[in-house]
Design a binder for this molecule. Structure first.
Ligand code: HEM
Length: 508
């Protein structure tokens, strides 16, 4: 009896010890950070980011450290997620915890970081403006459709003019496609927000606005040590914030001019027929019930809409045409589909898009390989999270590498080849639920402009292929097209695409 009591005692003690040891082990494992390259004192892994194309450097680093990686960027702990499976786990289990943003120092000027919803904190202001954005800018079906039609028609006209000008100069009719694509997206935003073209019109304001935007993008695209070593913020060692502040002031001033003009119109008896985004924003300025947007924030929201909606969309269009020129058989197949769906009609209509199944696969394939914002817009954790067995502390910056995820060999066969057919029998879209294809992000903070981008991309590519046959200019062959990237607001072609459009035999 004595013997069995002591065995029970010892067995219980042993079991307790085992539980304690297991608890300790599991506690330590949840407390461990993901693997990552060793860092230097003070700067940590800043040098591992590798300059202006961090998405490419990070993609290479995952060969060594796996799809979930930790970087210490100066004082900023950073989680990097680079596979479809890891992204699924992140967004499905921790979306709320990663709904905050980390805003780069260079745009913390004139209150931009508080007014712009892409970088502002997660909370009631973000929710209110995002709803307004969606209802008054993105999903305005009828007005939006007319405006898109007009801007696409203008784009085709501008390409024809450019090609004629080239011939008049003795050229082959080649055009730098980017210019017409960007003009289209810029004037599209101008029409949706201010009911007018900002470029190509008589006024100089649109050009001043564009110059300021381009300069801000230039400054924002440069790696800034003040982002990683906050004690340097007040010194602004590279002068980036000072430079961006000057340009932001100019952009905001141009917008203020348009707003004053509109306020005068609104006070006059003249009745305006179409209500645009500016009207909606000005109404919300005085809307006491729903919330209130300050005058300064209205200007900021407008600047942001141009940032969000122009270069992103036009860069995807340029990549699409580039990929098609590298694979002319895919371009011909898409034109064959257009001939059978749109036929002799002079214009592609938005109602044709659903029937253009092959064209849709081309857009998906382009977005897979060329997401405009390869690291999405960096998130920030609101609390500690236990993610895939790792402990990720509150206030961690999160990079989701959509560029690497689009090349994830676990998710995609032959991931580096442009092959739209891969989507034909696969039920894959980019609405943020299929984590191998997230060019617009996922979850609460995914792109609010996705449905607008979706319509514009399809209508523009369909129209470009319906109106024109495209050829490369004589010195370049498909195999030698430069596919290097450059970063700005969006990642686009380093060497702008030059191509020769030839009118297809079709009446307009
Ligand atoms: C091809 C075109 C576009 C691409 C590839 C794109 C991509 C993205 C991505 C990746 C994000 C971050 C999502 C995340 O963190 O999960 C984003 C956010 C955003 N985009 Fe887009 N975008 C495009 C077009 C547009 C357009 C047309 C607009 C508006 C006119 C727009 C406005 C915004 C805004 C305001 C946000 C911030 C959303 C938030 O933080 O709640 N985007 N976009």
């Amino acid at each position: 009896m004595e013997c069995s009591c002591s065995s029970i005692f010892w067995l219980t003690a042993l079991a307790l010890l085992l539980v304690l040891v297991l608890k300790k082990i599991s506690h330590t494992s949840t407390k461990s950070l993901p693997p990552g390259p060793p860092g230097w004192p003070v700067i940590g892994n800043m040098l591992d980011l590798g300059g202006v194309m961090p998405h490419q450097t990070l993609y290479k680093l995952q060969l060594r450290y796996g799809p979930v990686m930790w970087l210490q960027l100066g004082s900023i702990g950073t989680l990097v997620v680079q596979s479809a499976k890891a992204a699924a786990d992140l967004f499905k289990s921790h979306d709320l915890a990663i709904s905050d943003r980390r805003c780069p120092d260079v745009v913390k000027v004139h209150g931009y970081n508080q007014g712009a919803i892409s970088v502002c904190r997660y909370g009631p202001y973000w929710r209110f403006v995002r709803r307004l954005y969606a209802s008054e800018l993105i999903n305005k079906q009828i007005d939006g459709m007319t405006v898109r039609r007009k801007c696409i028609d203008d784009m085709i006209r501008s390409i024809e003019e450019e090609t004629e000008a080239s011939r008049a100069r003795g050229g082959l009719g080649e055009v730098i496609v980017w210019q017409s694509l960007f003009l289209m997206t810029f004037n599209l935003m101008g029409n949706l927000i201010f009911s007018k073209d900002l470029l190509g019109s008589d006024g100089k304001e649109g050009h001043h606005f564009l110059d300021a935007m381009n300069n801000i993008v230039e400054w924002a695209g440069k790696p800034n040590v003040a982002d990683f070593l906050p004690f340097l913020k007040w010194v602004d060692p590279q002068g980036l914030r000072r430079a961006a502040s000057k340009e932001m002031a100019q952009a905001l001033e141009v917008v203020a001019g348009f707003m004053q003009e509109r306020e005068k119109e609104r006070c006059s008896e003249k009745e305006k027929i179409e209500r645009d985004f500016l009207d909606a924003l000005l109404e919300s300025e005085s809307d006491e019930k729903e919330g209130k947007i300050s005058y300064q924030n209205i200007k900021i929201i407008i600047v942001e809409a141009f940032f969000g909606g122009t270069e992103t969309t036009s860069s995807v269009l340029e990549w699409t045409l580039t990929e098609l020129l590298r694979k002319p058989e895919i371009m011909r197949k898409a034109q064959g589909e257009l001939d059978s769906v749109v036929g002799a009609k002079s214009k592609v209509e938005e109602s044709d898009i659903d029937k253009l199944v092959y064209l849709q696969t081309i857009i998906k394939e382009t977005l897979r390989l060329h997401p405009s914002l390869p690291l999405l817009v960096p998130r920030n954790t609101l609390e500690d999270i236990n993610y895939m067995g790792y402990w990720i502390p509150k206030n961690t910056q999160v990079f989701v590498n959509a560029w690497a995820i689009g090349r994830d060999p676990e998710f995609w066969d032959d991931p580096l080849t442009f092959k739209p057919e891969r989507f034909l029998d696969a039920n894959i879209d980019y609405k943020g639920q299929i984590f191998g294809l997230i060019p617009f992000g996922s979850g609460r903070r995914m792109c609010v402009g996705m449905s607008m981008a979706h319509r514009v991309l399809h209508l523009a590519v369909a129209s470009l292929l319906h109106y024109f046959d495209w050829e490369l200019d004589g010195n370049i062959i498909p195999e030698t097209i430069d596919m290097n990237e450059r970063s700005g607001m969006a990642v686009r072609k380093l060497v702008p695409l030059k191509a020769i459009p030839r009118r297809r035999r079709m009446e307009r």
